[in-house]
Design a protein around this ligand. Structure first.
Ligand SMILES: *Cc1c(COP(=O)(O)O)cnc(C)c1O
Length: 363
């Protein structure tokens, strides 16, 4: 199979048929629907070839992350970015409360400090860019240092996607994705995936999936595969939009700070330019006046959609600190997942929302 396209035969369907079946006739390759599915295989072949490894699909990004963490012995230390995806940190804190894992939070952009925490650890969790502070971690340097300590490295590649960054090529042992976001790309699927080149990891992750049962549905797998077909085109447009909006926001009088790795002012700019093939379509910015002003801006937009999540074709906006577990963020920080709309429509919406908020504040 190439690119999840099925049989190279005259008359073969271009898209793989989707087996909506829990049950199979005896003595074939698949015994039962929790073990495997032909459409998972097509999806996994596609994601695996994009990341340069073998993929295992899960029912959500968190199911994929849980499966990776579940491979660790009880009480293992997990070094994790202090600003990693909130679900990842909450999972580790929950495990910690029950004595199953010991999270050590780090500033992942600080390679030396992170590697000092890796002494005796069971896993180093890397996320870059981080969500939502957009910090950039040096995957190659972290993988090299952790490798010397015998600590496996997992990279959450959800923000960058394999189009912009391939952590396995940079030395990571395992990559995880929330397929929900850019890979599926249309805000209609929740799914996750793990990719590795290591057969021991692969076997263990497949076993976790079968035993824990966190399997993707066949329809969701089909939608994700269809979404991936346009990944690079969607990302190209969304990224161009994000770069333009980041530049304009950076000079807006109401905006105090823009975090986008494509800006020369970003502390991780040079590293990102080396490590990534583009700076992506996520950015965050802070507004003068903090929480109240940020909430008004998010309420005033008409084209952008106020809401959480990211990676869809529509632009999503939210004040991030409103979430549990995000208390340490600047209260006025607004996260934007930039979509594929016309950039001038987006700018007129955002600049209009900023202007109407300013007018209300003056009144
Ligand atoms: C959304 C997200 C996840 C969790 O994925 P789900 O599909 O929502 O379970 C993990 N990591 C990052 C970076 C995310 O944005």
């Amino acid at each position: 199979m190439v690119a999840g396209r099925g049989l190279h035969q005259p008359g073969a369907p271009v898209n793989v048929p989707v087996p909506f079946s829990s049950t199979y006739r005896a003595d074939g390759a698949i015994a039962y629907g929790r073990e495997d599915n032909a459409v998972w295989a097509a999806l996994e072949e596609t994601i695996g070839s994009l990341e340069g490894g073998s993929a295992v699909a899960f029912s959500s990004g968190m199911a994929a992350i849980s499966a990776v963490v579940e491979t660790l012995p009880a009480g293992a230390v997990v070094v994790v970015p202090g600003d990693a995806y909130s679900g990842t940190r909450r999972l580790l804190r929950d495990l910690s409360d029950r004595g199953r894992a010991v999270p050590r939070e780090t500033d992942i952009a600080d390679t030396e400090a992170t590697l000092r925490l890796c002494e005796g650890a069971g896993l180093l969790w890397v996320e870059t860019p981080t969500n939502p502070l957009m910090a950039i971690a040096d995957i190659a340097a972290l993988a090299e240092g952790a490798g010397r300590l015998g600590v496996p490295v997992v990279a959450d590649n959800t923000f960058a996607t394999p189009v912009l960054q391939r952590p396995l090529d940079l030395g990571a042992d395992v990559v995880v994705h929330s397929v929900t976001k850019y890979l599926a790309g249309h805000s209609d699927v929740v799914m996750g995936c793990v990719i590795t080149r290591d057969d021991t990891w692969l076997e263990s992750l497949r076993t976790r999936r079968t035993l824990h049962g966190a399997i993707p549905g066949p329809m969701e797998a089909f939608l994700a595969l269809r979404g991936i077909r346009t990944l690079s085109v969607r990302l190209e447009r969304a990224q161009a939009n994000a770069a333009e909006l980041a530049g304009r926001l950076a000079t807006h009088p109401m905006v105090t700070r823009v975090r986008y790795p494509g800006l020369g002012s970003h502390p991780g700019h040079e590293l990102a330019a080396r490590q990534m093939r583009g700076f992506g379509a996520m950015l965050s910015f802070e507004v003068e006046g903090g929480r109240g002003v940020a909430d008004s801006v998010c309420a005033a937009v008409e084209l952008c959609v106020p809401g959480t999540s990211l990676g869809g074709v529509e632009t999503l906006i939210e004040r991030r600190q409103r979430w549990a577990g995000e208390e340490s963020l600047p209260e006025g920080l607004i996260r934007l997942s930039v979509g594929i709309e016309h950039v001038e429509d987006l700018w007129s919406d955002l600049s209009g929302a900023l202007a109407s908020t300013a007018r209300t504040a003056r009144r």
